[in-house]
Design a binder for this molecule. Structure first.
Ligand code: RIB
Ligand code: CA
Length: 310
């Protein structure tokens, strides 16, 4: 059983990632920690509570709100791609359970210190502010982290917020620099690979036709993502950004990449938030470059159809 904490900024694709993670039989979600990103920090925490209730009605998995703003830069959000609520303005019932009052950074520190005997996987699908703060507050937590599997960055694909920068890194480049520059083992799903994993109409229909409520909600979220992607930048078939991190944990063989060291441009200017991988055999980052996108969607559908719920 792979014990994970999911640090996220729900966000439509974060929401689908959460549904997949809760359905994955060999993942044990210890906590959801949230961060400001796609929408403001208070809203990402509310959205995480909403999706937790959809994923597992009555779930007691804690949701802990984290950093309400990036380390240094001015906050940026991405409502164009996620709607003003962050969940595509889809109506959801109010969740039974609210947030735990523990700050996300303290939750991450506590969980990692308790996990020294069997280190955790951190799945990170938003700006890396909480992770950077946790590492700065208590560097020893590295012993309790087996690896970080994150969505962020771009190299050959170029950025999705500026020509150079991908949103999660652009929203907090200083935090991203601290995480990539740590000694931690990281698997990075940048736009270089997520732009390969597209939500085509056929794949969307397959997800939506699933037999569980979670599949149907995931279909609604993915459809909203495709509509907003088209209105924001004219692209069809929204990339499956965040859910791909969960599939990379449960089905690592579906992804290929090279080891690298990753620098982040933190000087203000046109390349602010750019990620620069230098490929080397002893790099701490596995920089994914390709995926078997059909199989990724099949794995996503499998998690959403999990017997946990049927
Ligand atoms: O660039 C894509 C990333 O930014 C995804 O994590 C999406 O949710 C937004 O946070
Ligand atoms: Ca996200």
């Amino acid at each position: 059983m792979n014990c994970v904490i999911i640090d996220c900024d729900p966000g439509l694709d974060d929401a689908v990632a959460l549904l997949a993670a809760f359905g994955a039989k060999d993942l044990d979600v210890l906590a959801i920690t949230t961060v400001a990103g796609n929408v403001k920090g208070d809203q990402t925490a509310i959205n995480a509570c909403i999706i937790r209730e959809v994923a597992e009605p009555g779930s007691r998995v804690p949701v802990c709100a984290g950093a309400p703003r990036p380390l240094l830069r001015d906050p940026v959000t991405a409502e164009d791609f996620h709607g003003s609520t962050g969940l595509g303005n889809i109506n959801f019932p109010d969740p039974e359970l609210g947030q735990e009052q523990t700050h996300a950074v303290n939750k991450i520190i506590r969980a990692c210190k308790d996990a020294k005997e069997s280190p955790l996987t951190l799945i990170v699908t938003g700006p890396m502010t909480n992770i950077a703060l946790a590492l700065a507050m208590d560097p020893e937590i590295e012993d309790g982290i087996a690896e970080i599997v994150l969505m962020g960055g771009a190299d050959t694909e170029g950025g999705n917020i500026t020509p150079y920068a991908e949103f999660n890194v652009y929203a907090d480049p200083h935090a991203a620099a601290a995480v990539f520059g740590s000694k931690l083992s990281i698997r990075c799903l940048s736009l270089d690979v997520t732009h390969d994993v597209r939500t085509t109409a056929e794949r969307l229909a397959k997800i939506r036709d699933g037999k569980t409520p979670q599949s149907r909600v995931a279909g609604d979220l993915l459809e909203a993502s495709c509509k907003l992607e088209f209105s924001a930048n004219g692209a069809r078939d929204a990339p499956l950004h965040d859910p791909s991190t969960v599939i990379a944990v449960t089905h690592p063989d579906l992804f290929k990449g090279r080891r690298a060291r990753v620098e982040v441009v933190t000087d203000e200017g046109e390349q602010f938030g750019r990620t620069i991988p230098t490929f080397c055999d002893d790099g701490n980052v596995l920089w994914y470059e390709s995926a078997d996108s059909d199989a990724v969607f099949e794995a996503l559908g499998h998690h959403l159809e999990s017997v946990k719920w049927a």
